[in-house]
Design a protein around this ligand. Structure first.
Ligand code: F6P
Length: 534
């Protein structure tokens, strides 16, 4: 029964809180092999987490009691796992090799997935070779990707991670409703050689539609009206809306692709155009490798399952409400932002599937910056702050073809080591005395120079950042997010929490147009609105 398993996990965590991570290596000589594994080109090390062997076993028992294996089978079988919207959740179908047999709510979908992939590939090639041109017959040199949230963060991450230094086709992104974002994206571009790709699953998102209109006005100013549609591509689950907007061509995906899980679909068309098809196919293949691992590996050696269990141990066992993500690779600088949406929009919920309260902590606050930059910003808090924040270190052996990344990964390993080992008072005192401090001075400084240590981290290591390892890394976190949702018994695939703000913004726009707050507004909002419209 899950509640017994929860009680046992909490009891194990309480016991583990009394011992140090470092000592667990002596207590359990097999700890390293028990808590490390290789999957789809990634090496995962969970041995610097707070759990003892007993805690680890209690977490696995919880996963079994919550039927992670059964729910995983339901996901891949295309059942309606998104209960509040009555939808299947089938992003793995988008990266499966040709010939797969996925079904969404019983309806076969793999042939359609393959057809869209073929269409993307052909279109991207035609564009790259100049066979598909703009209104004035010139080859497209830049793609302007317009979208927000799940229609932006994934393609941005792919592009930053895989872009060549001197791309054949450049890619610019615009997401924010702030006109400055569009102005920056358009700076220096030539309308004749710019293709706008409007990406929106719903094709109703205010920011994206406003930006699409701004791009249309910019293009229409310079191009013959009859050729304008050639400069507009829509990627959406509502193709009729994209056509009505004026997109000359649309690429579709289905409602069983969640926005934040959509980067495997035509949502990444802009990246396919700018990178070429082969890297994108390799990216899909890497994710498919992780899918296979997730489906086939036993729970105790299953990377997404163990990553999820480490989080649950921290959040619910040890009451740690935040997690930091530190990718030690400039190319992965967008990973924290991507994971923020993936995890916080998926699991930032407090009711179970049946509507009753979860009654325990769910998704932590996820934040991060690329290493080594983060070390010089918020790592002070991670080392000596009063709240313990677990860290995911993403380490790449070689980030650049020519130069080994030794300085980079040495820093990452050092940070993880420092977090775990710390520095006790005797060590701090001895160091101060060795540096010539007086006894009084040493006494005064010791508390400031002491590190409690015993702060947990996970390491995900890849030898190289390639399209495959990038695909595997993202799929790893997707499945981790799913497993957590199963264990918390929440629906990871809706996002009702973002709706209220959208509705209120529409009402405020009306008030702004009138220049007068409506009487039902609270005093603070009314006052701020008056200040902004004065
Ligand atoms: O407002 C949140 C959200 O619905 C996300 O879930 C989604 O990724 C984003 O907006 C963009 O939505 P769309 O692709 O429909 O424009």
């Amino acid at each position: 029964m899950p509640h017994v398993a929860w009680t046992e996990l909490e009891a194990a965590a309480r016991r583990d809180a009394l011992s140090r991570i470092q000592d667990q290596f002596t207590a359990d000589p097999d700890r390293l092999s028990r808590m490390t594994l290789d999957a789809a080109g990634l090496h995962l090390d969970l041995s610097k987490q707070s759990w003892s062997r007993a805690g680890f076993e209690a977490a696995l028992a919880l996963a079994r009691a919550c039927d992670v294996e059964g729910r995983r089978a339901a996901l891949f079988a295309g059942e309606a796992v998104n209960l509040t919207e009555g939808r299947a959740v089938l992003h793995p179908a988008l990266r499966a090799p040709d010939g797969a047999q996925f079904r969404a709510l019983g309806e076969p979908v793999s042939a359609e997935v393959e057809a869209v992939r073929a269409e993307m590939k052909a279109y991207a090639q035609a564009l790259r070779y100049g066979n598909e041109t703009g209104a004035t017959g010139r080859r497209f040199e830049t793609v302007l990707h317009i979208g927000i949230g799940g229609s932006d963060l994934g393609p941005r991450l792919i592009w930053d991670a895989l872009r060549p230094l001197d791309p054949d086709v450049d890619l610019r992104f615009v997401a924010n409703i702030d006109p400055r974002d569009m102005a920056e994206a358009l700076a220096g571009l030539d309308p004749e050689t710019t293709l706008a790709i409007v990406v929106s699953k719903s094709f109703t998102t205010q920011e994206t539609l406003l930006n699409a209109q701004a791009a249309k006005a910019w293009l229409a100013d310079a191009l013959p009206a009859e050729g304008l549609a050639k400069h507009f591509i829509g990627v959406t689950a509502a193709p009729e809306k994209a056509q009505a907007f004026g997109c000359g061509r649309t690429f579709a995906f289905r409602d069983w692709v969640g926005g934040r899980y959509s980067l495997w679909s035509a949502v990444s068309l802009s990246c396919v155009i700018a990178l070429g098809w082969e890297p994108f196919q390799a990216f899909l293949d890497g994710a498919a490798d992780m899918d296979r691992h997730f489906l086939e590996a036993p729970l105790e050696k299953n990377a997404p399952v163990l990553l999820a269990l480490a989080e649950i141990y921290n959040v619910d066992g040890l009451l740690r409400g935040a997690r930091s993500v530190a990718p030690y690779a400039h190319a992965l600088r967008r990973l924290p932002a991507f994971l923020q949406q993936l995890e916080m929009e998926s699991n930032g919920k407090q009711v179970r599937q049946d509507g009753s309260p979860v009654g325990r902590q769910t998704c932590p606050v996820v934040f991060g910056e690329p290493g080594a930059n983060g070390q010089h910003a918020f790592f002070q808090q991670l080392h000596q702050g009063s709240q313990v924040v677990p860290v995911d270190f993403i380490i790449v052996g070689r980030t650049c073809d020519k130069t080994p990344s030794t300085y980079l990964w040495a820093n990452a390993l050092a940070q993880a080591q420092a977090l775990m080992v710390g520095k006790n008072e005797a060590q701090a005192h001895a160091e101060l005395m060795a540096s010539g401090a007086s006894e009084a001075e040493a006494g005064r400084l010791v508390p400031h120079k002491t590190f409690s240590g015993d702060r947990p981290s996970t390491t995900v290591l890849m030898k190289r950042l390639t399209p495959q390892t990038l695909g595997a890394l993202i799929a790893l976190y997707e499945h981790k997010t799913f497993v957590e949702g199963v264990i918390w018994d929440i629906n990871s695939f809706d996002q009702w929490g973002v709706e209220l703000g959208k509705v209120l913004a529409k009402a405020l726009l009306k008030d702004a147009a009138k220049g007068e707050p409506s009487p039902e507004l609270d005093p603070s909002t009314a006052d701020l609105l008056r200040r902004l419209t004065a």
